[in-house]
Structures are given as C-alpha cells and as structure tokens.
Design a protein around this ligand. Sequence first.
Ligand code: PMV
Length: 318
Amino acid sequence: MTSGSAPGKIILFGEHAVVYGRPALAVPISQVRAHATIEDIEGVPTGRIQLQAPQIQLSAWLDELPPEEPLARVTRLTLRALELDQPPAFRITVHSTIPIASGLGSGAAVSVAVVRAIAAHFGRRLSPGEQSALAFEVEKLHHGKPSGIDNTVVAYERPVYFVRGAEPEPFAIPTPLSLIIADTGLATPTAEAVMGVRRRWEADKQAYEDFFDQIAALVKQARRAIESGHTDCLGPLMDRNQELLAAIGVSSPELDRLITAARAAGASGAKLSGAGLGGNVIALVNPQDAEAVTHALRSAGASLVLRSVVGGPDHDIS
Ligand code: PMV
C-alpha cells in the first residue's frame, strides 16, 4: 500500500483581490490534512481503477465517473502526466480532516494527496510545481477563474506570496504567528462567493478596482511586517482587510459574530479566510490569550476551533 497526503491552508491576506491580479499571502496548515492511499486489486483487468471517498459517499470505478467529477479528473490527469495508459488495477481511498467548502483548501489538498499517492505508487516523482499544475486543473471545476493560490500553497507546503500567473514566492516568518481558526459550520461553495464578487465588479468596476488596490497595499505591508518580525501591526491590518472583504460583500452575520467574539476576547485582529459567506475566520492572538479566544469562539457557535502556530526561527510551519 502507498499513500500521499497534503495539508490544508489559510489565506492570511488578499483573498478575492487575488482573482483580479493582486497579491495574497497564504500558509499551509498541518493540523488538518487530506490523505490518499492506494492498493493493488487482484483479479481485475489492467486499467481499471476504483475510487473510494467514504466522507462524500463515493465508491465507483473511474470509467463510470463523468469527466467533471473532481477525484476522477485528478486521477485521469495524473495518469496522463505519468504516461500510464493501462496500469495494473488499483483502488484509491481518500480521507480528509479538512472541513469541505470552508476556505481551508480541502479540494486542493485532496487533489494533491491523490497526485502524490499515484506518483508514489508507481515510484515516480513530481515536483511541487507539477503537482500544483495538476490540482489547478481540478480547481477550475470549482469556479471558472481560480487564482491558483490554493493548489500552490498546498503543493509547495510553504508560506507563499502569490500573484496569479507568476512564480510563487515563498516567504519567511521569523517570528511565530499564533492563530486561532474557527469554522462557522456553514459550507459555502467558493464559486458562489467568487461569482457574487464578479457580478458586483461588473456593475461598478471603478469602486471594486479601488477596493482590490487597497487590499493589495495591505498584503504588501503585511508581508514586510511578517518578514521583518514586526508583527504588532498585523492585527490591525487583518481588521482592515476584513472591512474591505465586508465592503465587497463576502462577509456574513455568522462570520461577523465569530470575528467580534474573537476581538472581544483579546485577539489582536480577525478576518474571514478563503472565499467567505461561510467557512472559517482566523484570529491573531498573543499566545497567552489563545485559550480565552478559543473559548469565546466556541461560545459564539464555532463548529470547529483549531490553534495553529505558523513560522518561527526553526520551522516554516508547525
Ligand atoms: O477556496 P477558498 O475558499 O480557499 O477561496 C479561494 C480564494 C479566492 O480568492 C476567494 C478564490 C481564488 O481563486 O483565489
């Protein structure tokens, strides 16, 4: 049996504006991961591949699944990339601890885990860039114009400064950032939030381009602050990013409730992370406030609360 896995991710700054060519900062989160395992199936003709993902009630043969089924798509693309026309029959089983449609990169992580498992099963290596490119083809199924940030950060497993169409720039986080991630429990397809922004941008391009420019300026300021270890200004930058996300219409009462609770319990800043409408918020805390903020988020109705320490002198992530 061979396996592959990939982490979840959070976007620290810059979601949505990144679809319109502005930069964003994202980091992998290893507390939640997607896993794919592969085993040979005896007595079944070559070329037949079984896909199992119990969490989404999927159990099917690859040749019975439509092209737009995400697991089928990433499997076919990976086999093609590895030039495996008629491989010995095998079964792929997928499990993930990443909440689905919640802004934590579940789709991209599942894709990268499958790519890694198939490559490992056939003793092959694909670079992070190749893994990311395969997962990007699947991201396109979720919404028409993905920026590519999710597949990039998940495949590289490094903090990245990301601009659509450019080589991702890994960046250092010398001073650890203590983050609390809290799920509203509302699964929201990325496509819905992205299409809403697109409609409103179409209706008032000038205002939206200006919002995106303001977000881009925050992203650049945040990167400088993180890289130089001057993290005191990050909380207010997160709060300002959240104001701009609300202005472009991707916050919601559920997100606002968690953000307000985190700030009231001592978080230095908080914002939605990912596509918004539902999904997750992230709160930046001093380590001594982590417990109180966690408790406040649970009391405010969060369905899942995770603590993540990102960066530090020895690690990119922990
Ligand atoms: O899929 P999510 O929820 O992590 O959102 C991705 C970030 C967006 O900027 C909203 C979309 C994109 O393609 O970058």
